[in-house]
Design a protein around this ligand. Structure first.
Ligand code: HEM
Length: 161
C-alpha cells in the first residue's frame, strides 16, 4: 500500500468512501434533499483527491457533482481546487485542525472561476467535520445576486469501508 505523504497525515481521517444524505436550500430555489457519495484517496503525494456525486433523494435523478484536489501544506494549511460540471471552479485556502470531537477543515474561496454560461457564484465557504465514522459537510455561497454568504447545503455521511 502506498504510504501517505507526511503533509497529508492530518487529513488521514478523511480517506475512504462516505455515503449519506443532505438538505439544501437557497433564497432563490425550493428546498431539496439529496443522497451523496464522497470519496477521498491519495497516491503518496502531498494532496488528497476528492470525487463527489449526488442524486435527488426523492426521484434518484443525478444532481450536483464535483472533483478536486486538497493540497496539504505544512502547519495544517490547505489549498483546495474544485471543478464542477456546472461551469464553476473554486480555489480555496484553509486549514485542518483537530478539535475535541474530531477533525475540522475550514475553507474559504480565494477565487471562483466561471465559464461564460455558468450561474453567477462570487464566493464560497466550506466546512468539513469528521467525528469517527461520521462526516458532516456544510457549504455557504454568495451567488445569483446575493453578495453575502448564504447557507446552501448540509450533508451527513457515514464511512463505508
Ligand atoms: C451537494 C452538492 C450540491 C447539490 C446537491 C446542489 C443542488 C442544487 C439544486 C437542486 C439546485 C436548484 C435547482 C438547480 O438549479 O439545479 C441548486 C442550485 C444552485 N446551486 Fe447547488 N448544489 C450543490 C452544490 C453546489 C455548489 C458547490 C455550488 C457552487 C459553489 C452550487 C451553486 C448553485 C447555484 C449557483 C444554484 C442556482 C441558484 C439559482 O439559480 O437561483 N451548488 N443546487
Amino acid at each position: 500500500m502506498t504510504e501517505l505523504h507526511l503533509q497529508c497525515e492530518p487529513l488521514a481521517p478523511l480517506l475512504g468512501t462516505w455515503q449519506g444524505t443532505g438538505v439544501g436550500h437557497y433564497p432563490t430555489i425550493d428546498d431539496f434533499t439529496y443522497v451523496e457519495e464522497l470519496v477521498f484517496s491519495h497516491v503518496g503525494k502531498p494532496f488528497v483527491s476528492m470525487i463527489q456525486r449526488t442524486r435527488n433523494r426523492v426521484t434518484g435523478e443525478p444532481l450536483h457533482s464535483e472533483a478536486g484536489y486538497l493540497r496539504a501544506l505544512p502547519d495544517g494549511q490547505l489549498e483546495f481546487t474544485i471543478a464542477q460540471p456546472s461551469g464553476v471552479t473554486e480555489v480555496h485556502l484553509g486549514t485542518v485542525r483537530t478539535s475535541d470531537s474530531g477533525l475540522v477543515i475550514e475553507l474559504s474561496s480565494e477565487h471562483v472561476g466561471l465559464t461564460p454560461t455558468a450561474k453567477e457564484v462570487t464566493s464560497v465557504r466550506r466546512e468539513l467535520t469528521v467525528e469517527g465514522m461520521r462526516l458532516y459537510s456544510e457549504l455557504w455561497m454568495a451567488a445569483v445576486g446575493y453578495t453575502e454568504l448564504v447557507h446552501h447545503l448540509r450533508g451527513e455521511l457515514t464511512r463505508q469501508d
